[in-house]
Write a protein that binds this ligand. Structure first.
Ligand SMILES: CC(C)(COP(=O)(O)OP(=O)(O)OC[C@H]1O[C@@H](n2cnc3c(N)ncnc32)[C@H](O)[C@@H]1OP(=O)(O)O)[C@@H](O)C(=O)NCCC(=O)NCCS
Length: 165
């Protein structure tokens, strides 16, 4: 498996993979593929990595700018992330997350935040502190990694491509 940045021509495969991976997820509203398209169109797809086996895209991860209490301050959001259903639990997701976080860190980002299952994301180093909030959501689902600087406090907002927040 190879991990590389998305290239021109990957857009439809990324969209389709994302729709397929989220299709059976109870929390999904089926908007994850269109969210990636919107982020790209808005210039907010800061980092988009694909995992490739042969000539097939089998995994994808997106990162985009976020604000905390209205300020960007070098923070990015992780997601959506998808792995082809028949290839899950083989480490592809973990490898995409590690590659993405390494790149953000190298570029001087302050940190990365996400909303997701702590059972999964704590395995790749994400934590929650109760001070980073997203609407009225259970704060244990609002997780982050600090690369440098202070612990995040305040209201997290994702890029407009994610829709009204
Ligand atoms: C989430 C997703 C990207 C993970 O990709 P993956 O390639 O299956 O994950 P990995 O194989 O790298 O798993 C990493 C670790 O998490 C564990 N894990 C995988 N899925 C898990 C789950 N649903 N709950 C808890 N742990 C899980 C693995 O066992 C592994 O742990 P280990 O290293 O201790 O063995 C993939 O399952 C997916 O596409 N899901 C559908 C879309 C989705 O839900 N995206 C995330 C929304 S927040």
């Amino acid at each position: 498996m190879l991990i590389r940045p998305e290239q021109s021509g990957d857009e439809q495969a990324i969209h389709d993979l994302t729709q397929t991976a989220f299709a059976t997820m109870p929390f999904s509203d089926g908007t994850e593929g269109p969210i990636i398209d919107a982020l790209r169109k808005d210039g907010d797809l800061t980092l988009s990595l694909v995992a490739v086996e042969g000539d097939r895209i089998v995994g994808h991860i997106a990162f985009s700018p976020v604000t905390i209490d209205g300020r960007h301050d070098g923070w990015f959001g992780l997601g959506p992330i998808s792995v082809a259903p028949e290839l899950q639990r083989r480490g592809i997701g973990k490898a995409l997350i590690a590659a993405g976080l390494d790149t953000l860190r190298e570029r001087g980002a302050a940190g990365c935040a996400l909303i997701g299952d702590p059972g999964y994301y704590s395995r790749v180093g994400f934590v929650s502190n109760g001070a980073l909030q997203y609407g009225d959501l259970d704060r244990s689902l609002v997780q982050y990694i600090v690369f440098h600087g202070a612990e995040p406090r305040g209201r997290l907002k994702f890029a407009p491509g994610f829709g009204p927040q």
